[in-house]
Design a protein around this ligand. Structure first.
Ligand code: FPP
Length: 249
């Protein structure tokens, strides 16, 4: 499915999160090395962003580097960081032309300095853009994010800035690195794995999942539109029964 005739553009998810998985296996299946797979992954990122803009999705979050990814061979980690630095500097002009605002979530201070610099530069240069927000999860781990939130809220309690009754769903959300970003309605994972892998654990409470049996470099416009179509044909009940949903609609 690549044309948009089956898509209700008034009912697209506001926020789509993607676990881009399978670059390494894609490379292996093509007799290439893993870094070649990651470069192909960047091409898929570019097409995904273009499609998200076309679909009028307002937030696109991509799991680009998890805290656990530091355990990979040093050559691969360095290659991924270089790819990120180069992609960011190459893409800033195009992001501006297409109204893309860049944001990052995760432990950004733990990234190499050149990576932090190019990230800050791209965030600064695109901050006024309004079409879509591209959120890169970098050095991200949901358990890290939740641990940091608990520490921040504990400090506020100790200093008597808040009381126990002030600890609400909203306060927790405001103290995560995703503050200000709506929760994703749709989470897509490629490569056939059916796991969440420490990604947005708090934020996916009501998220619909689409798992695709293709490697990330093979994810393109057709697959993205198909996933949104799948999403639009599900009934989201938020704990209610069908009849209640139909009354609300
Ligand atoms: C998963 O494939 C992919 C990653 C860990 C990195 C994703 C990074 C990119 C697509 C490139 C950089 C991103 C941007 C936004 C410029 P894998 O290596 O885990 O594949 P495997 O499971 O087959 O080994």
């Amino acid at each position: 499915m690549s044309d948009l005739s089956h898509i209700d553009l008034n009912n697209v998810p506001e926020h789509v999160a993607i676990i881009m998985d399978g670059n390494g296996r894609w490379a292996k299946s093509h007799g290439e090395d893993r870094l070649f797979g990651h470069s192909k992954g960047v091409e898929a990122v570019r097409e995904t962003l273009k499609t998200a803009t076309e679909l009028k999705i307002k937030y696109l979050t991509l799991y680009a580097f998890s805290t656990e990814n530091w355990n990979r061979p040093q050559k691969e980690v360095e290659g991924l960081m270089n790819l990120l630095v180069h992609s960011l500097s190459n893409e800033v002009d195009e992001m501006n032309q297409n109204g893309v605002r860049l944001q990052a979530i995760g432990n950004i201070k733990g990234l190499p300095e050149d990576c932090q610099d190019s990230l800050q530069n791209a965030i600064e240069k695109t901050k006024a853009n309004k079409e879509i927000t591209l959120v890169l999860a970098l050095n991200y781990s949901s358990k890290w994010e939740i641990t940091e939130m608990v520490k921040t809220i504990s400090k506020k309690l100790t200093k008597n800035d808040i009381t126990e009754n002030d600890i609400t769903d909203e306060l927790i959300s405001k103290n995560l690195t995703t503050r200000g970003i709506p929760d994703p309605e749709l989470l897509i994972r490629t490569s056939g794995e059916r796991r969440v892998s420490n990604f947005l654990l708090w934020q996916i409470a009501y998220t619909e999942f689409v798992f695709l049996d293709i490697f990330w470099p093979d994810f393109g416009r057709k697959q993205f539109v198909g996933a949104v179509y799948d999403f639009q044909n599900r009934e989201r009940r938020f704990g209610m029964v069908s009849e209640q949903i139909n009354i609300i609609e």
